[in-house]
Ligand binder design. Structure first.
Ligand SMILES: Nc1ncnc2c1ncn2[C@@H]1O[C@H](COP(=O)(O)OP(=O)(O)OP(=O)(O)O)[C@@H](O)[C@H]1O
Ligand SMILES: [Mg+2]
Length: 327
């Protein structure tokens, strides 16, 4: 298969939950997206946005009310359950392990279910166990593991099958910092070296920003953004600078800045001064420096407020909520 083959096509997916007595919830509302093979896609959205429901529909664990889902060009509905050989998943807070089996037995069991035998894959299984530092716990029953170790075992069982398409719903939940970093590295490596397609949902923006090139943001069941991480971030990039001076407010500084930069603020506490400026043009920084130098300002610190995925995400979701409320 070529690198540009489509791994997943989701078209007009809709899932409505009806609850007795209550009004129905449109958990997924006409969602369409396509994922290329080898892509690592991040699925973001506030609680209840529809991420898990979308993933469950793709895996055939829930039946959508409308829409079409294709995995490597084949309809999930028409080819169920055979189509599952292409997909593995770790679902949020899942208990998808046998608690009375050991870590190793769970791996053998879940891989074996799909015809992945330890005879051919022992080295791969051992590699995963090492990668997640579970060597000591290999022969321990899962019920005796810590929460993070259970989570790691779930991830290992999902990866052991080497499916071309992998879904990870909140995979780093409960993982310690080191393991979370290791998992990120493994995911990136799986995508780049093995051309596997990974769809990962997380509330941890560092994880998403690190492993995903592209993200889809869901809000109230609808897609509100589908873009490269870097483009989303630059969309909300501001050139806000904060300068601290080691002196009371220099004379004339406020006026000079105000005449050149709209909304610039200068505040002093008698011994230090804080200047906040939003720069719009590329050479504004030089103008700013000239104004400061002309007044002999003693600069202590200059900082640039960075925009990251988290800021972009919060802004997109906030705007979407406002739009929704005003409709
Ligand atoms: N089995 C269910 N029965 C009824 N309603 C459900 C069911 N599963 C999900 N929902 C509702 O569907 C909506 C979407 O839920 P979903 O679990 O997909 O959100 P999510 O984006 O995964 O959120 P989170 O970040 O909290 O995991 C929510 O309003 C939720 O209450
Ligand atoms: Mg969820």
């Amino acid at each position: 298969m070529s690198k540009t083959a489509t791994a997943l096509d989701v078209t007009s997916l809709t899932k409505v939950f009806h609850e007795r007595g209550n009004k129905s919830v449109k958990a997924v509302d006409n969602v369409s997206f396509h994922v290329r093979q080898g892509e690592v896609l991040g699925l973001l959205g506030p609680n209840g946005a529809g991420k898990t429901t979308t993933i469950k529909c793709i895996l055939g664990l829930m039946r959508p009310n409308a829409g079409d889902i294709k995995v490597f060009g084949e309809s999930v509905e028409a080819h169920y359950p055979r189509i599952l050989k292409n997909m593995s998943a770790v679902l949020e807070g899942s208990r998808n392990l046998y608690w009375r089996l050991t870590v190793w037995e769970n791996i053998l069991f879940f891989a074996g279910l799909h015809g992945v035998t330890s005879r051919d894959n022992k080295a791969h299984f051992e590699h995963l166990v090492r990668l997640f530092s579970l060597e000591d716990k290999r022969d321990v029953e899962v019920r005796k593991l810590s929460q993070g170790m259970k989570q790691k075992t779930s991830v290992v069982c999902a990866l052991a099958r080497r499916t071309p398409l992998v879904f990870l719903d909140e995979p780093t939940l409960g993982l310690d910092v080191e393991t979370s970093l290791e998992l990120r590295a493994v995911l990136k490596q799986m995508a780049s070296e093995e051309n596997r397609t990974i769809i990962v949902s997380s509330h941890n923006m560092d994880v998403i920003q690190d492993v995903c090139k592209r993200v889809i943001i869901l809000s109230q069941g609808r897609i509100v953004a589908d873009d490269h991480v870097s483009d989303l971030v630059s969309l909300f990039e501001t050139k806000a600078y904060r300068i601290t001076l080691l002196e009371p407010v220099p004379e004339g500084l406020q006026e000079a800045l105000a005449s050149r930069f709209r909304g610039a603020t200068v505040t002093g506490d008698g011994t230090t001064t804080e200047v906040k400026v939003n720069l719009l043009e590329n050479d504004d920084i030089y103008v700013l420096m000239d104004i400061l130098r002309d007044r002999g300002a003693i600069i202590d610190e200059i900082s640039h407020e960075e925009t990251d995925l988290e800021k972009a995400f919060l802004e997109i979701v906030r705007r979407e909520r406002n739009n929704h409320e005003s409709r």
